[in-house]
Design a protein around this ligand. Structure first.
Ligand code: ADP
Ligand code: MG
Length: 619
């Protein structure tokens, strides 16, 4: 028996990589990393079979980085990925692990991004290129990408590239790169066609196979609900209301239309939800993922292809709203949660005639999936009461209430009511949109009520939330610029509330709302340049956390002078085309918003399905 590898140090990775790993918080190598890194460091070809979430990116990125010649700016490593999302994620991972490699440069190249931008970036040079097969082929044919100096080629998610029809392109690329290169092929499954590619293009590959039942899959609690009586949407909202550890969810449906419809219906119920599907432009999809990361969205309703490879650690739940077509898709789906060592929950909706699929999923994952009952009305109501109480306590602890005490004292003295009677009336008013007592209705009982925001302007009590706001502003394409609003961290505001207020009260779609930065007593938000005066006037009066936004556009000098400096985000058109944008992180100036659907939340901006883009064959 060999002693198990316990640290990255044992893998003999260079010191700058070890420091970067310590910073990202990886303690030990995952099994696939422990198995692959020594082979790849030694320059051998490799055939790796492992499910999603097992840490394949670092398994190939770390040895590739270890072997780089930083003084040479010609591409030395090429990673092929099936989708743009994955290309971006893999590029981000390289960047992260290379944090202490001075001058390191990685370049993602994928379809849908401007050629002009890519050509410029290619001229500048990069050590590592990560791209989708179609676009890489384009560049090789044009001569804009020269791979004479390539030493390592990685095929990531080879089975997915096969499924998407890229395998001929992949072989073409393999044939047009130096024969003496090192090649690593990673795949969740090993269909015959992939084996054939491996035989043709890999030299005596080391085979590494990690069985499906890995620690990451084990960290996912799997449950199912037998669809019966209540419709799926009601079931979903009930479940989300009572889940203890809910932070964010990806909800899987089968069709693109269903992503948009369900996201809209969730939004109408007060959830910060958006659709993610293959019809949306790359820029929009990136924005959705970014907003899920930074907490301005809690629920993304996605199709399998669009959500593939998403790695957002705060995703606590995967909901299989529509059952997947096969067990493999199921494993890929649930792999979106339980990321980075966290606990995740997967919930599967199973219609009576889908019971056989449930059984085969259990067989494939070698884990029983636990049946759950829908939360009862009492459970949901109980949860709402608990959240409401918590809100009261938080407000008492955090807010300066002197003025309000005076108002209440006045009511007490002049109207002759006791403080607890007044409090009850206020509790009634505060929870009108999301009642603590849930009533029976014709179709069982109704949880279709949106959480009310503390900052929302008064709305008539019986207004139906399912109706879209009357006005929706559209902007012709252009730049986003920063505006200042007079509510900040001191007032207890969250970015989500700001997005919600601007989207709902101003009727501005979420895609026109860019980054939000919180400062002590004000914040900045990116919106289209030169908003119409009428809209600006409206937004000035919108109240968040009891404070009028008093919004105004910042001059260039003023924006420059803000305490934090960043590169300006491009216009939304450019971004939709996937312009060069640094990966957006949760920055120091911002506060992490709370993500529960609680009583103090705004509905989110409308999801938006962008123009169809051509997919599959040529990305
Ligand atoms: P795969 O490509 O196999 O689906 P990823 O490379 O995307 O998996 O990694 C899945 C998640 O696990 C990522 O969030 C990544 O940051 C995290 N991760 C990878 N390796 C480790 C490690 N050794 N320790 C902790 N987290 C890790
Ligand atoms: Mg991967």
């Amino acid at each position: 028996m060999t002693t198990p590898i316990t640290s990255f140090r044992d893998l003999e990775l260079p010191a700058p990589l070890l420091s970067a790993l310590a910073e990202v918080g990886y303690e030990t190598p995952s099994p696939i990393q422990a198995a692959c890194i020594p082979h790849l460091l030694a320059g051998r070809d490799l055939l790796g079979e492992a499910q999603t979430g097992t840490g394949k990116t670092a398994a190939f990125a770390l040895p590739a980085l270890a072997r780089l010649d930083l003084a040479n700016f010609r591409p030395q490593v090429l990673v092929l990925t099936p989708t743009r999302e994955l290309a971006i994620q893999v590029a981000e991972a390289f960047q992260k692990y290379a944090h202490h490699l001075p001058g390191f440069h990685v370049l993602p190249l994928y379809g849908g991004q401007s050629m002009v931008v890519q050509l410029r970036q290619l001229k500048r040079g990069a050590h590592v290129i990560v791209g989708t097969p179609g676009r890489i082929m384009d560049h090789l044919e044009r001569g804009s990408l020269v791979l004479d100096g390539l030493s390592t080629l990685v095929l990531d998610e080879a089975d997915e590239m096969l499924r998407m029809g890229f395998i001929d392109d992949v072989e073409w690329i393999l044939e047009h790169t130096p024969a003496e290169r090192q090649t690593a092929l990673f795949s969740a499954t090993m269909p015959e066609a992939i084996r054939r590619v491996a035989h043709r293009h890999l030299r005596e590959p080391q085979e590494v196979k990690i069985r499906a039942a890995t620690a990451t899959v084990a960290a996912i609690r799997q449950r199912y609900w037998q669809v019966r009586g209540v419709d799926k949407l009601d079931a979903l909202t009930r479940i989300l209301e009572v889940e203890d550890d809910f932070d964010a969810a990806i909800v899987f449906v089968r069709t693109k239309t269903a992503t948009v419809e369900l996201a809209e219906r969730l939004e109408a119920r007060g959830y910060a939800a958006a659709a993610l599907n293959g019809d949306m432009t790359q820029g929009l999809r990136e924005q959705v993922i970014e907003r899920l990361k930074n907490g301005s969205l809690d629920i993304v309703v996605a199709t399998d292809v669009a959500a593939r490879g998403i790695d957002v650690p705060r995703v606590s739940h995967v909901i299989n709203y529509d059952i997947p077509y096969d067990t493999e898709a199921y494993v890929h789906r649930i792999g979106r949660t339980g990321r980075a060592g966290r606990q995740g929950t997967a919930i599967l909706f199973v219609a009576p005639r889908e019971t056989r699929m449930l059984k085969s999923i259990e067989r494939a994952t070698r884990q029983p999936i636990e049946a759950i009952a829908l939360p009862t009305r009492e459970a949901v109501a109980g949860r709402r009461v608990a959240q409401f109480r918590q809100q009261i306590v938080d407000t008492l602890e955090k807010e300066d209430l002197a003025f309000f005490m005076d108002v209440i004292n006045g009511v007490e003295e002049e109207e002759g009511f006791k403080a607890h009677e007044i409090a009850a009336a206020l509790a009634f008013l505060a929870t009108r949109d999301r009642p603590l007592q849930i009533e029976e209705t014709g179709r069982g009982w109704d949880v279709a009520t949106a959480p009310q925001s503390a900052g929302r302007a008064e709305r008539p009590p019986r207004e139906r939330r399912d109706e879209a706001p009357a006005r929706r502003h559209a902007f012709s394409d252009g730049q986003l610029t920063r505006y200042r609003i007079e509510v900040g961290r001191e007032h207890g505001v969250s970015p989500k509330e700001i997005v919600g207020a601007i989207a709902n009260e101003g009727g501005i779609e979420g895609r026109y709302i860019g980054q939000i930065h919180l400062f002590d007593d004000y914040s900045t938000v990116e919106l289209p340049k030169a908003l119409p005066a009428e809209l600006l006037g409206l937004l000035k009066r919108v109240r968040v956390r009891q404070r009028p936004l008093a919004i105004r556009e910042l001059g260039a000098a003023e924006a420059e002078a803000l305490p934090e400096r960043r590169r300006p985000t491009g216009g939304f058109k450019e971004r939709a085309a996937g312009g060069e944008r640094p990966p957006r992180k949760w920055e120091g100036g911002q506060e992490r918003p709370r993500a529960k659907p609680s009583g103090e939340r705004h509905g989110a901006p409308k999801p938006h399905a962008g123009k169809p883009v051509k997919r599959f064959r040529k990305d």
